[in-house]
Design a protein around this ligand. Sequence first.
Ligand SMILES: [Mn+2]
Length: 359
Amino acid sequence: MTTERIVKLRELMKKEGFDALFATSPEAHLYLSGYANPDGCLLITAEGKSFAFEDFRYIEAAKREISADDFNVIMPAGPRSEWLGEALIACGAKTVAYEDATLSCRSLETLKKEFPMQDFVPAGDIICSLRVFKDEGEVACIKRAQEIAEKSFMELLPLINYDCTETFVAAQLEFLMRKNGSEGASFDTIAVSGSNSSSPHGVPRNVKLERGFLTLDFGAMIGGYHSDMTRTIVIGKADEKMKSLYNTVLEAQMAVLEVIKEGESCFKMDKIARDIIYGAGYEGAFGHGLGHGVGLEIHEAPNLSPRASDRKLICGDIVTVEPGIYLEGLYGCRIEDMVHITKGSAVNLTNCTKELIEI
Ligand SMILES: [Mn+2]
């Protein structure tokens, strides 16, 4: 039986007039074939069986994991012009879509040279438009990854002291996530303290933690799916200004979390948080968007930002809500939760405390 994802993709392909789609990104490979091979590629046909090309390192597992109802699983031999050429002839594809967001210019040029009889056209957002809707299995992966991240954060706290470096804290958190079952870190863990915390995506330094804010932005991975969360704690004691800044970020986040749900606009969610932060006297100190989708990629559609289109949140979206305030040369603070948009509602997947923790 053809999987639902392939059925839906074919509907979109037919609308666009694509005879086939040549998928080369690791995300598309996993999403459409159900099997993770960063070096594999797929030829999804509008009709008939599709093709999965898996080299020797992956072929045994690929044959086991990829549905034979959907795909001819092939170990390519010889030059690509031959094995891809045979597949293109077999399915009679003339118009072939490619993943224009990720395929390199060089690869596209080579494809065009190898296959002068085919028209190569950009696939656009065709796969991403399917991926934004997370099904039950995908939500379960992200939930599990989030649970691991939170458990690891709680295990990390008692290990933090004045002698730790930022790199140690980042490494320790990544170790704990792996130990607790994560496939890896969602992205390079951010652990930035004191003056370094004013950079939203600052890089951990090999220096002892500065007194003041310590921002930790991190995520775990399950089944190729990411989680994403940020907590800001304090090394030492927070003064009144720090407490007030922290509470403003928290207030902005809570205001969004109270109203976010299916049908709300991405732009409006950002504006609610931004108005609170700017209104409290921090105009210009919240220089990034409120949030983003999370899935097979750590940053994917939709975007919650001042530049967001009129995109409305849909049932199946998983998005972050992560306001922050960053004072150049002084310090910064961000709090991030991940929210699953459900039918007419929303569920916060992050259950970790947001009380100001002082160490
Ligand atoms: Mn994030």
